[in-house]
Design a protein around this ligand. Structure first.
Ligand SMILES: Cc1cc2nc3c(=O)[nH]c(=O)nc-3n(C[C@H](O)[C@H](O)[C@H](O)COP(=O)(O)OP(=O)(O)OC[C@H]3O[C@@H](n4cnc5c(N)ncnc54)[C@H](O)[C@@H]3O)c2cc1C
Length: 556
């Protein structure tokens, strides 16, 4: 018999969303925080720009709301946008009180005056930052604060496999009891049961061949919640960053848009410029147009990258303005002061996700979803820069408040069925898993990437179905591995993206299809919502193994 972990709150994910939630819960709550790799590894660590909020008297809540709605191309939820923006200043103040060393203004009238930058889409300076490595600074402060708290246990190298759910006897609602978790160190699956479970697992951009995201972004939370019966929305809206360094070892290295702002030119590998053909603003056109133009040229000519050239600027200028990029490029053998650097667009942000309300509550009782995993309605069809960290902070606080108010009224779930490994064997077919990873990310890039068509989407759907069948065969019969679990989630998320993209018969925000190149304004725009089929009632669902056990759960 194994001992089962039991907590008041199980938080899956240790980025800005998960750690903020842990710290904002009452100190009497016993909390487990899981991260599938090292604690800091996730999108938060890589955030460069900063966090948007109304922090200056020249700015206003109404202006931040208007900019967010404008970026979202008609699909933002007005209530969510107002809620997020109004709670922004408090969310930032909480970080300041925690000791996050944001960059301060050089000339200050007051002690607490921070330097604010202005980014694409924002009418005002409202992005608070810590130089150009805001994510590292915020994550470090959050991790330090979490480590200092006695009521929070941190489990690194622990990968959540599936949620454990049950239907309440005689009632329609299904609820969440915890999760099965793969301990990578011990190579075994354990039970974590909790009064409340929170998914804060980040985005799903690793579904694409090129991404600015670290390896953690495999959409695990979205796939888990979907399998457990939650609605998923707006998965067709994937944001692509126009320029990531193209080099096998530079997987997630993003080349800031400021480089084009300072005169950087995009060239084809033969040295010809091309942006002027796509937009009169050329290199200074909005992010989506630049990404689409690069994608178009790469696909048309069969190139695997284009070039970005700023070598016409003096070396001293480049070193001063872009010290990190200059250094990084040199590490990979490119001297950007003397030659163009190879770049590709890359999947950057997942706007869609698990549908939640203003408390971060998802469709299962006692399940909350926060951060990039959630679809709160804030971003609509396109995310405005620096609104995503803000969303993590605001919704983590809201969920913590709600869970705090229910903590003493909710009972711990009873002992749950163990993970059943009696039927499984070891497999030496890991090469198939690796191959399927590569295949999936390549066809998602080619057929479901920046530019889509009905035909490409249909092709991708057929391929995804095949992969799902192969994974199903593997999953039932072989011992789980990290790669297999992540592949299973990525394939699930890919299917959700393709289905959502097929449902949207127009181009809007980040979804662009050559078959319907215009926005459809003949009726009010709607979200793309996918609803999972319900499985049997009155059972504990252990989606991963074929075993299903009965369990009665008392109302709390
Ligand atoms: C290069 C880059 C620059 C960016 N710049 C900005 C910016 O300037 N401003 C801004 O607002 N946004 C920016 N973003 C977006 C922003 O960083 C993310 O949206 C945000 O950090 C997401 O936080 P999160 O807590 O939801 O997820 P993450 O920070 O990605 O954390 C996810 C966590 O979940 C864990 N996890 C995942 N799956 C499992 C599993 N199965 N079991 C256990 N643990 C799991 C991971 O280990 C990790 O701890 C940027 C993103 C990138 C990639």
């Amino acid at each position: 018999m194994h001992t089962q972990h039991q907590y008041d709150v199980l938080i899956i994910g240790s980025g800005a969303a998960g750690l903020t939630l842990a710290l904002r819960l009452p100190k009497r709550a016993r909390i487990a925080v899981l991260s599938k790799g090292p604690v800091r590894e996730g999108n938060t660590w890589y955030a460069q720009g900063g966090i948007s909020a109304v922090l200056d008297h020249k700015d206003s809540i109404e202006s931040h709301i208007a900019d967010t709605m404008d970026a979202g191309a008609g699909l933002c939820d007005p209530e969510t946008v107002r809620f997020t923006v109004e709670h922004g200043p408090e969310a930032v103040k909480w970080l300041v009180d925690l000791g996050v060393p944001f960059t301060r203004r050089e000339k200050r009238r007051h002690e607490n005056e921070f330097h604010l930058t202005r980014e694409g889409g924002h009418q005002h300076r409202r992005v608070i930052h810590a130089a150009d490595n805001t994510g590292q600074v915020v994550e470090t402060s959050l991790v330090n604060a979490v480590r200092a708290r006695d009521n929070i246990d941190l489990f690194e190298q622990h990968l959540a496999v599936d949620l454990i759910t049950a239907d309440r006897i005689g009632r329609k609602d299904r609820h969440c009891l915890g999760a099965y978790v793969f301990d990578r160190g011990k190579d075994k699956v354990e039970v974590f049961r909790a009064k409340f479970t929170v998914l804060a697992t980040g985005g799903a951009s690793k579904v694409y061949l090129y991404t600015s995201n670290p390896d953690t972004s495999t959409g695990d939370g979205i796939a888990m919640a979907w399998r457990a019966g939650c609605r998923v929305a707006n998965m067709e809206f994937n944001q692509f960053h126009p320029t990531c360094l193209y080099h096998p070892q530079a997987k997630s290295f993003l080349v800031t848009e400021a480089l084009r702002g300072e005169g950087g030119k995009l060239l084809l590998p033969d040295g010809k410029p091309f942006m002027q053909r796509f937009d009169p603003r050329a290199e200074l056109a909005p992010r989506d147009i630049v990404a689409r133009a690069i994608d178009h040229e790469m696909k048309r000519h069969g190139y695997d990258h284009v070039l970005l050239d700023i070598s016409h600027k003096p070396e001293s200028f480049i070193r001063k303005h872009f010290p990190t990029i200059y250094r990084r490029c040199l590490e990979f053998g490119f001297d950007m002061a003397r030659e163009p650097i190879p770049v590709v667009p890359a999947a950057h942000y997942t706007c869609g996700g698990i549908r939640t309300d203003l408390k971060g509550h998802a469709d299962l009782e006692n399940l909350y979803v926060v951060g990039e995993t959630a679809c709160t309605g804030l971003h609509g069809a396109n995310r405005m820069a620096s609104n995503s960290l803000l969303e993590c902070l605001v919704f983590a606080a809201a969920a913590a408040k709600d869970i705090g108010s229910r903590l003493d009224k909710t009972s711990l779930p009873p002992e749950l069925p163990e993970w059943d490994e009696s039927q499984v064997t070891n497999s030496d077919e890991e090469v198939v898993v690796t191959h399927n990873w590569g295949e999936l990310r390549r066809f998602m890039w080619d057929y479901v990437g920046i530019v889509r068509t009905d035909k490409r989407l249909e092709r991708a759907r057929r391929r995804v179905e095949l992969l799902q069948q192969e994974i199903h065969d593997y999953y039932g019969n072989f011992r789980v591995t990290n790669d297999l679990l992540e592949l299973r989630n990525l394939v699930q998320v890919a299917e959700l993206i393709i289905r959502s993209a097929q449902m949207r018969k127009e181009s809007r925000g980040l979804h662009y299809t050559m078959d319907y190149p215009e926005q459809d304004n003949s009726h009010p725009p709607t979200d793309t919502t996918l609803i999972p089929k319900k499985s049997k009632q009155g059972t504990v669902h252990h989606v991963a193994v074929k075993k299903v056990e009965r369990l009665s759960v008392a109302d709390s």
